[in-house]
Design a binder for this molecule. Structure first.
Ligand SMILES: [Zn+2]
Ligand SMILES: [Zn+2]
Ligand SMILES: [Zn+2]
Ligand SMILES: [Zn+2]
Length: 401
């Protein structure tokens, strides 16, 4: 009977230890485990008890360990399964404790704690571990690199695949602005962006009432529209001094296309977009991505293009998300493609919806995924459609979705 118990316990210890090794390999830094006192104490206690019991066993039975194991193998099996399960659960609990408590309280490299009046700084990429100094961070890098990269990628994906906030409302009709550029206009007089429906309504009312002069005024602030290229640029520059990201973005666009009498200058356009991007304007971030993709004003760089597309998608510019979907599709990452297309369709990106339909027809996306994208796009249409906007689209021959 004692022999059986000893064997059971020894096998438990071996499995217990094996499960730690597995977790060390897969998830946790070895140094963190060593830093966790309760874990190592538990493991070593297991070994001590094992050695003591082995000695007792040999003294009592004077038999070889192999014979005892063979004698008791049938008795041991069910117990082994139970202990194996328990050992995994116990180890997993220990692991989560390690990352929640040890990591945040101690320097991951030298083990100094916050109680030593040392200001610990978290790893910027993963926020999983803290360090007391830059030297400690550098020294710990080889061990931390793998886990850090994995966690940073998880954090990045979490941000990337969140539905961003919708575009702002038109300040006149208070309906959500359409994504398509033709459906909205930025006015440098007041810095407002308004929908084509409101611009058309105000202007057509003025014409009908015989106030032809008002045909050319801003529907929001009633400033007459600029009469020359110089005046257009002057207004952009005036708003630029006020740090209006849209004005900076538009001036950049004018340089990239050589509009309003400006010489075409990609480098200057890129500089202005970078400034607008720093102010958080997602369209500008997207245009920087496009510049990297096409090599305009900068050397072609696909990685940089993706970097900026992702930033723009997180910032709420859905066209960037469609491009990301295409890039993921080309790489065969259909799961990520579908995620991008569903989010972009909800933001009003009709190209994402079209691509999603092709994926569904080609058997790369499920009916459920396609339905999700369709429902999302329909919700977007319900938010942006109005009679006024429909009328403007018909009169000016410009679609807005
Ligand atoms: Zn340290
Ligand atoms: Zn890290
Ligand atoms: Zn409007
Ligand atoms: Zn205005």
């Amino acid at each position: 009977m004692i022999g059986s118990s000893v064997q059971v316990f020894k096998i438990f210890v071996v499995w217990h230890r094996l499960s730690y090794i597995r977790i060390v390999k897969d998830e946790v830094e070895i140094t963190q485990l060593i830093a966790n006192f309760s874990l190592s104490r538990c493991t070593y206690n297991c070994y001590y008890i094992c050695i003591v019991l082995s000695t007792v066993q040999v003294l009592v039975y004077h038999k070889s360990i192999v014979i005892i194991v063979l004698d008791n193998i049938l008795l041991l099996l069910p117990w082994a399964i139970v202990w194996w399960t328990l050992a995994i659960r116990y180890s997993t609990q220990d692991m989560s404790n390690t990352s929640e408590t040890e990591n945040t309280m101690l320097c991951a490299n030298c083990g100094k704690g916050e109680e030593d009046s040392i200001n610990l700084k978290a790893c910027m990429a993963c926020k999983l571990v803290k360090y007391c100094s830059r030297d400690c961070q550098i020294a710990h890098r080889p061990q931390h690199k793998r886990e850090c990269k994995k966690r940073a990628a998880e954090l990045h994906d979490k941000k990337l695949f969140e539905q961003p906030p919708p575009l702002e409302d038109c300040p006149i009709c208070m309906l959500r602005l359409p994504l398509l550029g033709m459906g909205r206009t930025y006015m440098a007089c007041c810095g407002k962006t308004m929908c084509a429906g409101c611009i058309h309504a105000v202007q057509s009312r003025a014409v009908l009432a015989g106030r032809v002069k008002e045909d050319n005024i801003c529907p929001f602030c009633r400033t007459p529209n600029p009469k020359s290229n110089e005046e257009i640029i002057e207004r952009f520059e005036k708003r630029m001094d006020m740090n209006d990201a849209r004005a900076i973005f538009n001036l950049g666009g004018s340089y990239s296309k050589g509009l309003y009498g400006l010489p075409q200058n990609y480098a200057k356009a890129l500089g202005l977009w970078r400034r607008a991007a720093e102010l958080g304007y997602a369209n500008a971030i997207y245009n920087i991505g496009l510049a990297y993709r096409n090599g305009c004003g900068v050397e072609k760089d696909k990685k940089m293009a993706i970097y900026y597309y992702e930033l723009a998608a997180i910032g709420g510019y859905a066209c960037a998300r469609t491009n990301l979907g295409v890039i993921e599709w080309e790489a065969g990452n259909y799961d990520r493609t579908i995620k991008h297309y569903i989010l972009a369709a909800r933001e009003g990106e009709s190209n994402s919806l079209k691509n999603m339909k092709s994926m569904y027809m080609g058997g790369q996306a499920s009916k459920d995924d396609y339905a999700k994208a369709l429902r999302g796009y329909q919700s977007y249409l319900d938010e942006i459609k109005s009679d006024q906007r429909e009328e403007a689209a018909v009169v000016h021959g410009k679609r807005y979705y």
